[in-house]
Design a protein around this ligand. Structure first.
Ligand code: GLA
Length: 733
């Protein structure tokens, strides 16, 4: 049984294929977190908690008189509260009308439900397989706050989902100052913490550090999940590698401001807290009102980081992404941004689309600059009607001209943004996010629309619906190009301003939910200046996200490597662009640019009309290769064989049935008399024989056994020029 309750022991056991998560209601009705790790049975792990009088660690009143060894300051708790003797980072802080912020939760009851728990207005994990959800109800008897802790599981991928619902069952208003979606306590273990940090055009660099005494945190106060810290993180044991050791993943299914805190306490215990960032947050709950918090997707691997990533890849592909495009083959696209930027005519676009189609490209995406007065990035945002002077025709006519080339038509939008120099701003200056009496900070010379307002959301839904109804559009790139500041809504009174940043995200999700439901055949690709909102929240609505504005093949190796820790290649927008690269000035071969972009949704972002005949032949070949191995690349099991910092970055995608694999190897440099690079190939059948062939280099085919590939490995052909890359195909014979 995946989730059980033992009445006698007062023990919850949540079991997935390889893991157990255990909680206990103790004699004071506190919910204690007793274990998370490799599978055990329902042995009560509470018995292993050491109780001693920890000086200066407070004792709850009911325990204190009799038992000084009982302290919430050191006990592992399922959901920690502020002010009642736990001096560590805590998950819940609530202000009462008196100003008091102390809150204490006790177990009341629990119930099991069939199926996956759905959160109103927020994304959540879903599935078709039968599943059970657990809801544990906790209550503060003094102020009447009820807290429901919800758990769900995906057995195969060792996933446990968590979310929290707050209900004010008291008689007075409560202000929620901090409400985490997850609190996780470990009573022992020396952990490393792996985080993904970055910046615009250089997202998701991997950092691994030891958790030491004190508090560390990452998060975002930018209105989005951000380029700067990703809401996916890993705790792992010190010795954990790609293939060995225990690790725990945490993915916050939310696209707004978040905080992840880690603390090692006086007893060398580790606590992690994940939730909406409390800095800009304070939510008023009047009696009987409810607040539902975003979901956390936890997973566990006892076999290293590689397996943990695979758990997330599968979960995201099967249980996060929804809709018609979940399993549908995604088109190879061409985007005109790096080909033309703002400088194009309708004829030029048709020319690119025509040439692209002749090369085998299936979708033409018209990026920024097609609307309003938009000849650079200083004006026009908000005016989602075509610049007919520039296009030489209506958008519908342009769409038809493109589609007549036998290629699909896609469109760029930045619906949350507005320029002051736009008709929309002139008509609705009150719709923008702006602090009263102050000039707003600009980002890319633009402002943001107040998506916490229903009228703004309704307007955007109608404008986009009209475009999607009138123009033959198969794809939308949903961009968002600045961080949010001057956070204030004209629509909220002073007391409710602390709800603004979260209400913005609720508005965004409402708009996306409406549009994706209304237009299920349209493929939505997320984007926020590349990967500034690359999270499981957005992936619920947009099955692929433009991974980075950086299209340099070598920089992409580390961006894709870091992203692969928590996200599958099937979600990573990746394009071949021109050289010298527009972001770095680096030149790499077309072959290498193709190899790297094929670890993603694959497309092109250059002026194909300027390609030489030789390059056109190569592009055609790349597209055929990608299409031939599409199922393997998008649905196979992904392994990182070397790191992004090694001289040769190597990754592998293996078919689930072990019949074939594609190895990609990219050299960062070249040396005279090169040292051979060996990699051990994972995931194949040890007992079978395989044929190994290079797809983009002359090399004699070789035959090797699965066991030799696994334990001895292959020697990758050496680089003869800088940034050389190889695609090596292995198939069962
Ligand atoms: C963002 C996107 C780019 C492009 C530009 C257009 O930076 O990430 O891909 O669409 O906007 O302005």
């Amino acid at each position: 049984m995946p989730i059980t309750w033992n009445e006698e022991k007062k023990l919850f056991n949540v079991t997935t294929k390889n893991a157990t998560y255990q909680m206990k209601v103790d004699s004071y009705n506190h919910l204690i977190h007793t274990y998370y790790g490799s599978q055990i049975d329902d042995t009560d792990m509470y018995t292993q908690i050491s109780f001693a009088d920890r000086g200066f660690s407070a004792n709850p009143y009911e325990a204190g008189k009799m038992d000084r060894t009982y302290s919430l300051d050191v006990l592992p708790q399922e959901y920690s509260c502020y002010g009642t003797g736990d001096f560590r980072i805590t998950g819940l802080r609530v202000k009462e009308s008196t100003g008091n912020q102390t809150v204490a939760l006790k177990y009341v009851k629990h119930a099991f439900f069939d199926g996956f728990h759905k959160i109103n207005g927020l994304p959540s994990v879903h599935g078709t397989s039968p599943s059970t959800s657990l809801c544990i109800t906790m209550k503060d008897d003094v102020n009447g706050l009820v807290v429901e802790l919800w758990y769900g599981i995906l057995e195969e991928t060792d996933v446990i989902t968590r979310t929290v619902k707050l209900i004010n069952r008291g008689n007075a208003q409560l202000i929620i100052e901090k409400a985490a979606s997850m609190n996780l306590d470990f009573t022992y273990g020396e952990f490393d913490w792996i985080t993904l940090h970055g910046r615009h055009a250089m997202e998701r660099n991997v950092e691994r550090r030891a958790i030491s005494h004190g508090i560390s945190s990452i998060g975002s106060v930018r209105g989005t999940s951000s380029h700067h810290y990703n809401p996916f993180t890993i705790l792992c044991e010190k010795e954990t590698t790609e293939t060995n050791g225990s690790c725990y993943g945490f993915s916050f299914m939310y696209s707004g401001e978040f905080l992840i805190e880690v603390e090692k306490d006086q007893m060398a215990q580790t606590r992690m807290i994940m939730g909406i960032h409390p800095d800009n947050f304070s939510w008023i709950l009047d009696p009987d009102q409810t607040l539902e918090l975003p979901m956390v997707i936890m997973s566990y691997s006892a076999n290293g980081l590689g397996k943990l990533s695979q758990n997330y890849h599968k979960t995201i592909k099967e249980n996060v992404i929804r809709g018609n495009w979940k399993n549908k083959r995604r088109p190879v696209l061409i985007n005109n941004w790096e080909a033309t930027y703002f400088d194009f005519t309708g004829d030029k676009l048709v020319e690119i689309a025509k040439e692209a189609q002749s090369l085998g490209i299936e979708l033409f995406v018209l990026d920024d600059g097609w609307f309003g007065k938009r000849d650079d990035d200083n004006s026009g945002l908000g005016d989602w009607y075509p610049n007919e002077k520039k296009l030489g025709c209506t958008l519908k006519e342009l769409g038809n001209r493109i589609v007549e080339q036998n290629i699909l038509f896609g469109l760029w939008l930045e619906p949350e943004a507005i320029n002051e120099d736009s008709d929309l701003y002139r008509a609705h200056p009150d719709w923008v996010i702006k602090a009263p009496g102050r000039m707003p900070a600009l980002g890319r010379n633009q402002l943001l629309l107040d998506f916490s307002r229903d009228d703004v959301c309704d307007y955007i839904i109608e404008v986009i619906s009209q475009l999607l109804t009138e123009v033959p559009i198969s794809y939308i790139k949903w961009d968002m190009n600045r961080s949010m500041c001057d956070k204030f809504s004209n629509n909220l009174d002073a007391a409710h301003q602390g709800e603004f940043a979260h209400r913005f995200i609720l508005g965004l999700y409402h708009v996306l939910e409406t549009l994706t439901t209304r237009f299920p055949d349209v493929l939505f690709e997320g984007c926020s200046g590349g990967g500034g909102r690359y999270d499981c929240g957005m992936l619920y609505y947009t099955p692929q996200i433009w991974l980075s504005d950086n299209t340099d093949a070598i920089n992409r190796l580390s961006i894709q490597y870091g992203s692969s820790l928590g996200y599958p290649v099937a979600t990573m927008g990746a394009h071949v662009s021109a050289i010298p690269n527009h972001q770095t000035g680096r030149s790499t071969s077309l072959s290498t640019r193709g190899t790297v972009a094929m670890a993603g949704t694959f497309g092109y972002e250059l002026d194909v009309t300027k390609l030489t005949e030789e390059e056109k032949v190569e592009v055609k070949k790349q597209i055929k290769t990608f299409q031939k191995y599409y199922d393997l690349i998008q649905n196979g099991v992904y392994y990182r064989l070397t790191s992004a910092d090694d001289i040769c970055t190597v990754w592998e995608i293996v078919a689930e049935n072990k019949s074939e694999a594609l190895i990609s190897a990219v050299y960062h440099g070249v040396e005279a008399n090169p040292i051979p690079i060996y990699v051990k190939i994972q995931g194949l059948d040890e007992k079978k024989q395989y044929e190994i062939s290079y797809l983009n280099a002359d090399c004699t085919k070789q035959i090797m056994s699965g066991i030799a590939l696994k334990n001895a490995g292959i020697n990758i052909k050496g680089a003869t020029t800088e940034f050389e890359s190889y695609q090596i195909y292995i198939r069962e014979i």
